[in-house]
Structure formats: C-alpha cells, structure tokens
Ligand binder design. Structure first.
Ligand code: ZN
Length: 307
C-alpha cells in the first residue's frame, strides 16, 4: 500500500515575513493520518487552527492567504510547495505571527527542514485527487489573457509559460515543464527564488508591504538587469519559481493531484480559481489510493532523495 507521510520528529525555523518584515517562529510537527496540513496560530490568546484547503484561501493578491474563524496566515505557498515536492500529507505548522517566514525566498530552506526532521510513513493509504476531465480557468483577453488548466494524467506534471517584457527575464527561458515522474523537485525547482522589480518594491513599501524583502530573499531587478551580486541559481529561475508557486498553490487542495497542469501567466488568484472550479465539478475528479505501490505513478511513490 502507498502510505501517507508525516515528519519523524518536530523541527523549528525562525525568519522574517516578506510583507510584514516581522520576526516569526515556525514549528513543524508530525500529525496523525488523515489530518492534512493544519496551520495553528499560537500567538493568539486561544490558538486557532487554519486547515489547508481550497476554500480556506481568502486572499491571493500578493501571496496565498488562508483564513479560518477570522484569523489568517499569509504567504503559505513556498512551504506548501516543499510539502508537495516531498509528498507530506499530514503536518501541524505552529506559527506565532500571521506571515510564514520568507527565509531565502525559495522552498529550499523548507525542504531542508522537512528532510532534516525525517519523513515517516503512516499506516493509512495515501489519497490522491485524480483529475478525470479537463478543467480550465482564464482571465482577460488579448495581451492581458492568463489561463490555467488541469487535465487527466497518471502522475503529476506542470508546464508554465511567463511573458515578461524585461531584458533580464527575456534572456532566460520563459517556459518550462516539470514532471514529478522524471525530474527532481529538490534539485531542479526548490531553489528558485521569488523575484521583484525595484520600482514595484518602492510602491509596495509605501503601502506597508515587502517590508522584509531584499537581496537575500528575492531576485531583485531594476529596469535592465538582475541586481543580486551572485546572479541566478538556475538559468531559467524566474519561470521555475512560477512552477514552485503553482505546486504550492495547487497543494492547498488538501490532497496531491494526479493531473497535468498547464498555465500561461497564471498566479495565485487564477491557481485558486482553478482548484475551486475543480471541486465545483464532482464529475471532474475522484479520490484514489494505491493498494499496490507498483501501480502508483513514478515520482509520487518514492521518497524524494536528499540533496
Ligand atoms: Zn513565490
């Protein structure tokens, strides 16, 4: 039987929130089978649990925000991406502020934390959401068009195209495909950092956002070039970060997908609309388990190797 996964032991991280600039502590703890991933705001007089599911997404303007009982946790997507990449089904995430720390701007630090704690198999079947027919969402027309889709696939793969008219982005790949069955999330996707432009950072700061952002947790560009002295981690780091974000946004569904995701200029908002479109269409998916591990798709059955 292909089993659910949690952590072997708890692990902690300290960092700052990208938007709030506030120091935050995170404790990742093992959780029983069929718990899913649950954020717990432990800084409140009475701790509040925020379960990760598509309907708990309450804001997607700059990051994916989850809410429950009037309490929120923001910028969850990079941590969710690491959980997706490593196939973590059950996890408690205790957090003492409302924003997940940005760490190095990628999912690499979360992958390292999860792998250091160790991944434990649990005595319950891993449940996947298998997409049975295409679901597609789009926004805008002409030059403003964005879209995202899920279609049937025995495995999980993503293809993403961006369209940034910027010399530094244009000189790198604007499209990438990532297949969990053939490629390594840890090596090829997890290290891709978020990115931003100096002109946007200034206007965001004046609105009290991106207060924790800087060259140590983002690729920062002026109108012509990348300003980080060390350059890029991957030749096509920008579009790979969009794959990283999409994996995190889609993992908010609450179960891993068996599907092919395709997207053109998508983002957190469209990714969440895609999940809601899927769950609104009961004939478009089914929940499956694998009694025989050898029937499970490649890359989803095996534990991700360490670095
Ligand atoms: Zn991101």
């Amino acid at each position: 039987m292909l089993k659910q996964r949690t952590l072997s032991t708890l692990t902690k991280a300290v960092g700052v929130g990208l938007h709030s600039g506030r120091r935050v502590e995170l404790t990742l703890r093992p959780a029983p089978p069929d718990t899913g991933i649950v954020f717990r705001r432990i800084d409140l007089p009475v701790p509040v649990d925020i379960p990760v599911n598509a309907l708990s997404v309450s804001d997607t303007r700059l990051a994916s925000t989850l809410s429950a009982q009037g309490v929120r946790v923001i910028t969850v997507e990079h941590l969710m991406s690491a959980c997706c990449g490593l196939g973590i089904d059950n996890l408690y995430i205790d957090i003492n502020a409302e924003e997940v720390p940005i760490l190095d701007g990628s999912a690499a630090s979360f992958v390292f934390l999860l792998q250091s704690a160790g991944i434990a198999l649990q005595a319950a079947p891993k449940r996947f959401i298998r997409v049975l027919k295409e679901v597609r969402v789009e926004h805008g027309v002409g030059q403003q068009l964005k879209w995202a889709s899920l279609s049937p696939h025995h495995g999980f793969k993503l293809s993403f195209q961006i369209d940034f008219a910027h010399p530094a982005v244009d000189s790198t790949g604007q499209a990438v495909e990532f297949d969990m069955g053939q490629n390594s999330y840890v090596r090829e996707i997890a290290r891709a950092r978020t990115f931003g432009f100096t002109r946007d950072v200034e206007s965001m700061r004046s609105n009290g956002l991106a207060l924790g952002g800087g060259l140590d947790n983002a690729i920062v560009m002026d109108d012509y070039k990348v300003l980080n002295a060390e350059g890029l981690r991957y030749d096509d780091e920008f579009v790979k970060h969009k794959i990283l974000d999409a994996m995190g946004d889609l993992y908010i569904l609450g179960k891993p997908l068996l599907a092919a995701y395709s997207a053109f200029r998508s983002g957190h908002e469209l990714n969440n609309r895609l999940l809601r479109a899927l769950i609104d269409e009961p004939s478009a998916f089914e929940v499956v388990t694998f009694d025989d591990e050898s029937k499970a798709p490649q890359g989803l059955a095996q534990l991700a190797p360490a670095w």
